[in-house]
Structure formats: structure tokens, C-alpha cells
Design a protein around this ligand. Structure first.
Ligand code: F6R
Length: 606
């Protein structure tokens, strides 16, 4: 989490830094700050809360200088206060940091023994203090920062600026991503290339353990062993247009509405005109795969969980699915002929990346499904499959989820084909169904207004249950996750059949129970569970198609009608009511839809 940016430029740095921080605010919004060096003098401004507070502060207390560093914070160590906000400064050293310095207590103890005092609760202050301590002992800024870096354990991306040095910035990466941007007589660093996109499209990525000594006219990158390293400069294709809401009230609403278009883009990228599934590079030969391990976090994990049903039912391939934070420390054995698949919108999620690294050399192949082709997870995979969702700004993932599902469904079809589990006719039927999906999603979007009334009722609840069976079970989880994260209403998901094994004790007339039940082969079973809820006065919201609603909506509190869709594709379509219900409920409650409390879009700490 946290976003960092640095500039050695030819123009005033403050507005450039603030603009870049806007593009990084998805990483955290607990506080923001910048530091500049102006005619040799280091100074900083910091403000609690969203970036707009820092912008306001800079109007009253401007900061001059063409060299600067900036930070937007998701608090790890220490509350979101001005004093804990970055940049942290010790004497003539200012530092911005993304990550966690795990041995900061040990370093603090050493510094305290040397008589150094602390003014913050953060791990980052230790980095600035240790570097300043080395400078006071007679080292140059470069020597001091290098010596400090050698002591740091944990995950970090860092940028240093020094009093008295208008043309020097030091950047380092271990665990957290950092991009170096090349301008004309200017240099930049940023947590990702998107932050730098209005400034330059020429980017190189620091690798694990690298540090860079940067001036306006030179970059020297050293690897983990201190040897000069050559990191290629790539010209990145990037949408440099300002990311805006396009007339919608929230990014989330815009991103929900974009789904027909981006799913169509996925189909165009992975399907030939003749209906063949085309993967980049050498693709994957599933006839050599005996099992799949899928690992991810949050909504991306739920995309994997959904794909498990597809892989097992359509391609007859066993799939193990796990959340990355558990997988990485469980260290499971990886049998021969395992394909490991990592799904991540950002491509930078720390736990998912660590799980990928665990599988490196153990799994036969590492594939990833990502939205950021230049991300660490993409770069460290044997095969990276882009989901083509475009930039997702809303913290709650929406279009990335349905694009992940679409890419995974195509992989399932490829697997089923390679393994001889799908006839030509069945494959053609699946592909034809897929091609109708964007239109069907458009129809579902038209129900958005009707869902407002249900959401209004939902907004008064304090606990909500989601039920689903079969491939709707992961979707029930997605519905509960979306509702929790943006409306702050407590929500849980259960497999419909599990209800009577305990959770039904929660049901009374105050608990809305959202039942996701397309009229599929399992419909009658789910409806029986729904009746058990209604018999206990639970308020059922039934989400189904016209036939399902006609057959089973007697006595329900509310019903939401989805268009009909091929049975295999229901998880993609039913993501829409999950998203829209959460969205309208959050709007009814007046919560911060795009930047919900305590969250950040890219989780680069474990
Ligand atoms: C929920 C959400 C998160 C992310 C999770 C993984 O709406 O967005 O649960 O899905 O943090 O992030 P990525 O996909 O970037 O690895």
C-alpha cells in the first residue's frame, strides 16, 4: 500500500507531485505529503486525510523547488496523524516509503542507544534517522543511504531526498514495486507507471534488492550485491488521458457500466473470428496438466473459486484454490504436472506475489491473470494473461472481477478442448454464448434503477446473509464482500445447504437473506433452503431470472430479475446484481463508495 513518487525536474515539483499522487491515491488515503529541495533547502508539507487536504494546505503554504518526493499513506505503523505522515525527515534527510521495515524495532533500539530521539510511531522514521546518523558520522548522502539500505529487512520501496542537494535522489526496492521514469533532462520515480504516465512513457523497473542513484542526467542502478546493473528502459503503452468519472457520480458506477465493453475487449483479444481460443506466446497445453493450484486475495480469490467449479465440471481438472496469505505460509507440496495460476487486478498484491515465488521452480508452469501487464506478478510469470479491463479506480473491484472470470472461462474451454472433454459442437455453443454476454450484461445494467428500492431497504439492516449453491456459492461471497466493504454492513455468505448446520440460528425478521438462484439444475434445492429461511421470518431477496421468479417469489421480501443466460455464464452475469446492490446501498447510506474507510486498492504489504 502507500504510493510514492519522486521528481528531479525542470519545473516546479509540487504540482507535479500532487498530480502524480492523485494517480496513486488508490493505494491509500489516510494522509499525504511532499518534500522539496529549493536552492539547497529541504522543506515539507503534510496533511491528514485525502490528498485534497494537502492541495488545500499547499495553496496557503506553497512549497517551491524543482526536486521533490511525495507520498500517499495507508497507515501500517502509527495512526493517521500529521506527525506520522510521510515524508519523514531527520536533519537533512527526507524519506518516503511504501512497505514495512520489519526490523525497525531493532534499529530504533540501536539509534536510541546512540542518543537519537524519535518523533513518530512509524517504521519509516528509522530509515531517515539512520541515514542522518551516518551523515553526521561523516558519510556522503549516497554512502549513508547505501549503508542504511543494507540494514533494512522487510518489504519496501523508498525514495530519499537530501538538504543541500538539488540534483540527487536515491530510490530503492525490495518487495514493493518501484518504476524509474526517464524524461528529457528530468528523472522520475513512482510506485507504478500509471503515476508517471503524464510525465514519461519511458520506464525501467527496479528489481528486488536494487537501488538507484539518480540525477537529472544520470541513473546508476546497483543490484542486491552492489554491482552496477542494467535494467532495460521500455516504452510503455499507456492511457495518458486523465482518469475521470465520465459523468458518473462515482468511479465504481462508471466501472460497473463499462463491463459490457471491457468483456467484449477480452473476447476480441482471446477469440479469433473463427472461434479459436488464442493465448499469447506458447500458451498452455492442458493435456500435460494434471491439476491446477489457483491463488489470489479478496475478489480475485473469488474469481479463482468460481473458476474451480468450471475447471472441474467442464474440463474435469482438479483445482485447489487458496487465499495467498494462507497458501504462502502453509507451503503445500506441489505435485508434478501442476499448473499454478495467480489472479490479481493490480499484479502487485504482496501475498499473491509471495505465493507465486513459492511456486517458482515447483509448479510446471506459472500463469497469471492480471490487469497491469507491467506488474511484478505479470513479469514473474511464465505466461501473463491480461484482462484488458482498463484502469480500475474504485477500491471495490467490479469490472476487473468480471473480466477475470471471462479470461478464466476461456482458459477452462481451452483446457477442456486440450483434454478432449468438449466436443466441437459444445465448444461452439460456449463461444456463441460468450459472444452474447456483453449484450445480456447491458440488459442487466438496465435493472440498476429498480435495485435502488431494494438497496434502500437493505441500507437499514445491520446484518445480511447471502446464499448460493454450486457456482453461485462463490458469487454469494462476492456479494457479501462488496456489501461489507463499501456500505459497512456486516454480511456473510453461506452455501445454501450449509445454512441449517448453524447459520440459520442468525435468521429472524431483522435479517435480509439474499438468495442468488438462477433457474438452473440446483434451483429447486436452493429454493427449499430459501423456504426454510422464510419459515423463520427471514426477509428474502431473491435474485433469479424470469422463470425462477415466476416459480418461487411468493412470499419473498423483494425480487431482482436478471435476464436469462447460458447456465455456465451465470456467475459472470450475477456479479452485476452483487455489485449494484452494494453500490446503491452504500449510496443510500452515504458512505464513501470509491474510497471506503480502512481500505486501499493495491495491497503491497502482507
Ligand atoms: C474487493 C477488492 C479486493 C481485491 C484484493 C486483491 O473489492 O478489490 O478484495 O480483490 O485486494 O487485489 P488484486 O486483485 O490487486 O490482487
Amino acid at each position: 500500500m502507500c504510493g510514492i513518487v519522486g521528481v528531479l525536474g525542470n519545473h516546479e515539483a509540487a504540482p507535479i507531485l500532487v498530480e502524480a499522487l492523485k494517480r496513486l491515491e488508490y493505494r491509500g488515503y489516510d494522509s499525504a505529503g511532499i518534500a522539496t529541495v529549493n536552492n539547497g533547502t529541504l522543506a515539507r508539507r503534510r496533511a491528514v486525510g485525502k490528498l485534497v487536504n494537502l492541495s488545500d494546505l499547499l495553496v496557503h503554504e506553497p512549497l517551491a523547488g524543482k526536486s521533490g518526493i511525495g507520498h500517499t499513506r495507508w497507515a501500517t505503523h502509527g495512526a493517521p496523524t500529521v506527525s506520522n505522515a510521510h515524508p519523514h525527515q531527520a536533519g537533512g534527510v527526507a524519506v518516503v516509503h511504501n512497505g514495512i521495515i520489519e526490523n525497525f524495532r531493532e534499529l530504533r533500539a540501536e539509534l536510541a542507544e546512540a542518543g537519537v530521539t524519535f518523533v513518530t510511531e512509524t517504521d519509516t522514521e528509522t530509515v531517515a534517522l539512520l541515514t542522518q546518523h551516518h551523515i553526521e558520522a561523516g558519510l556522503t548522502p549516497v554512502e549513508a543511504a547505501t549503508k542504511t539500505l543494507a540494514r533494512l529487512e522487510g518489504a519496501f520501496a523508498l525514495a530519499f531526498l537530501f538538504d543541500g542537494h538539488d540534483d540527487l535522489m536515491i530510490a530503492a526496492r525490495k518487495g514493493s514495486p518501484l518504476a524509474v521514469g526517464y524524461g528529457e533532462g528530468e528523472m522520475f520515480v513512482g510506485s507504478d507507471a500509471i503515476a508517471l504516465s503524464p510525465l514519461t512513457d519511458r520506464i525501467s523497473y527496479l528489481e528486488e534488492g536494487d537501488h538507484a542513484i539518480i540525477t537529472r542526467s544520470s541513473v546508476a542502478i546497483y543490484d542486491v550485491n552492489g554491482a552496477l546493473a542494467n535494467r532495460p528502459v521500455k516504452t510503455i503503452q499507456m492511457d495518458t488521458t486523465r482518469i475521470d468519472k465520465g459523468g458518473y457520480k462515482h468511479f465504481m458506477a462508471k466501472e460497473i457500466a463499462e463491463q459490457p465493453g471491457v468483456i467484449n475487449t477480452v473476447l476480441q483479444n482471446y477469440l479469433s473470428d473463427t472461434g479459436e481460443i488464442t493465448l499469447p506466446g506458447d500458451g498452455i497445453d492442458f493435456s500435460d496438466v494434471d491439476r491446477i493450484t489457483m491463488v489470489a486475495c479478496g475478489t480475485a480469490y473469488l474469481a479463482c473459486f468460481t473458476a474451480k467449479y468450471w475447471f472441474e465440471q467442464i474440463a474435469r481438472l482438479p483445482v485447489e484454490v487458496d487465499v495467498a496469505s494462507e497458501f504462502r505460509y502453509r507451503e503445500p507440496p506441489i505435485p508434478a504436472k501442476t499448473l499454478a495460476v495467480f489472479v490479481s487486478q493490480s499484479g502487485e498484491t504482496a501475498d499473491t506475489l509471495a505465493a507465486l515465488r513459492y511456486c517458482d521452480g515447483k509448479a510446471d508452469m506459472i500463469a497469471s491473470v492480471v490487469n497491469v501487464p507491467e506488474s511484478s506478478i505479470a513479469r514473474e510469470s511464465d505466461l501473463a494473461l491480461s484482462i484488458h479491463a482498463g484502469v480500475e479506480v474504485g477500491v471495490a473491484s467490479t469490472k476487473a472481477f468480471t473480466c477475470q472470470l471471462t479470461v478464466l472461462f476461456l482458459l477452462v474451454l481451452k483446457a477442456a478442448r486440450d483434454r478432449g472433454k468438449l466436443t466441437d459442437a459444445d465448444l461452439e455453443k460456449h463461444i456463441a454464448d460468450l459472444r452474447t454476454l456483453p449484450g445480456i450484461i447491458n440488459t442487466a445494467l438496465a435493472q440498476s434503477g429498480k435495485m435502488q428500492a431494494t438497496a434502500q431497504k437493505l441500507s437499514h439492516a445491520s446484518d445480511v446473509l447471502f446464499l448460493g449453491r454450486g457456482q453461485m456459492y462463490p458469487l454469494a461471497h462476492e456479494g457479501a464482500l462488496k456489501l461489507k466493504e463499501i456500505s459497512y454492513i456486516h454480511a456473510e455468505a453461506y452455501a445454501s445447504g450449509e445454512l441449517k448446520h448453524g447459520p440459520i440460528a442468525l435468521v429472524d425478521e431483522s435479517v435480509p437473506v439474499i438468495v442468488m438462484a438462477p433457474r438452473d439444475a440446483l434451483f429447486d434445492k436452493t429454493v427449499s433452503n430459501m423456504q426454510e429461511v422464510m419459515a423463520r421470518k427471514g426477509k428474502v431477496i431473491l435474485i433469479s431470472d424470469a422463470q425462477g421468479i415466476a416459480e418461487a417469489s411468493d412470499g419473498v421480501w423483494s425480487s431482482i430479475e436478471m435476464p436469462s443466460v447460458a447456465e455456465a455464464l451465470t456467475p459472470i452475469l450475477y456479479a452485476l446484481p452483487a455489485q449494484l446492490l452494494a453500490y446503491h446501498t452504500a449510496v443510500a447510506k452515504g458512505t464513501d463508495v470509491d474510497q471506503p474507510r480502512n481500505l486501499a486498492k493495491s495491497v503491497t504489504v502482507e
